[in-house]
Design a protein around this ligand. Structure first.
Ligand code: G6P
Ligand code: MG
Length: 214
């Protein structure tokens, strides 16, 4: 194994909760409650696809593409307002140590995130220099579970897909890693991420995974 590709929201940074709160606020304005039980479906999927899921949960149909774009933009404004003041305390536990350990062991590292704010968030937290390659939602067209985001990261690193390990907290992300021919470590619930080669309950535990025995 030569490289590790990280998802962002819910893996490197604790921003998944702000995506959820942004959608919840939008749903409230549209007249329904978007509760946490539906949130798993939003993880890892693109902004527009997330909107479609939120509208489906609310039983809302009939918006034109233009109206949907406006709703997605509105949620993004809420999200950007919420993350305006994030700082290093939102970096998930054990991630800086894990990145350091990978560097020392000679692994290359990349970001592979669907979020259009991916690079901006890493820069804000001073983490951009810790990744050899950054691929975010501005560089890809097809959302996870399509492997495009991870395959692009591998190409930019110059590492074959079979020698890359993806770290993911979303089911769509685990599927994307496998579709790209990569191994995957899931962060979270074994019942949801069980297809991954290894599932750990939190980011701290990444430091105890033997990457050569996945
Ligand atoms: C990640 C998150 C999703 C989010 C998506 C798009 O995959 O897990 O919750 O919707 O990125 O993010 P963006 O910042 O571009 O709206
Ligand atoms: Mg994620």
């Amino acid at each position: 194994m030569r490289a590790v590709i990280f998802d962002l929201d819910g893996v490197v940074v604790n921003t998944a909760k702000y995506h959820y709160l942004g959608w919840k606020k939008l749903a409230k304005e549209l007249g329904f409650d978007f509760d946490i039980s539906h949130n798993e479906r939003l993880k890892g999927v693109s902004r527009m696809e997330s909107l479609n899921i939120v509208l489906e949960v609310g039983g809302i149909t009939g918006y034109s593409e233009e109206e949907k774009q406006k709703l997605a933009d509105r949620k993004n404004r809420y999200y950007l307002e919420m993350i305006e003041s994030i700082d290093g305390s939102e970096i998930l536990p054990g991630i800086p140590e894990f990145l350091e350990k990978l560097k020392n062991k000679g692994y290359q590292t990349a970001l592979g995130s669907a979020s259009k704010s991916g690079r901006m968030i890493l820069e804000k937290l001073g983490l951009d220099s810790k990744f050899d390659v950054i691929v975010d939602g501005n560089l890809v067209e097809r959302p996870k579970p399509d492997p495009e985001v991870f395959v692009k990261a591998a190409q930019l690193l110059g590492v074959p897909c079979e020698e890359c390990i993806v770290v993911e907290d979303a089911q769509a992300g685990v599927q994307a890693a496998h579709a790209g021919g990569m191994k995957c470590i899931g962060i979270g619930d074994e019942r949801i991420l069980g297809e991954a080669e290894k599932v750990v309950s939190d980011t701290e535990e990444l430091n105890r995974v033997d990457l050569e025995r996945l």
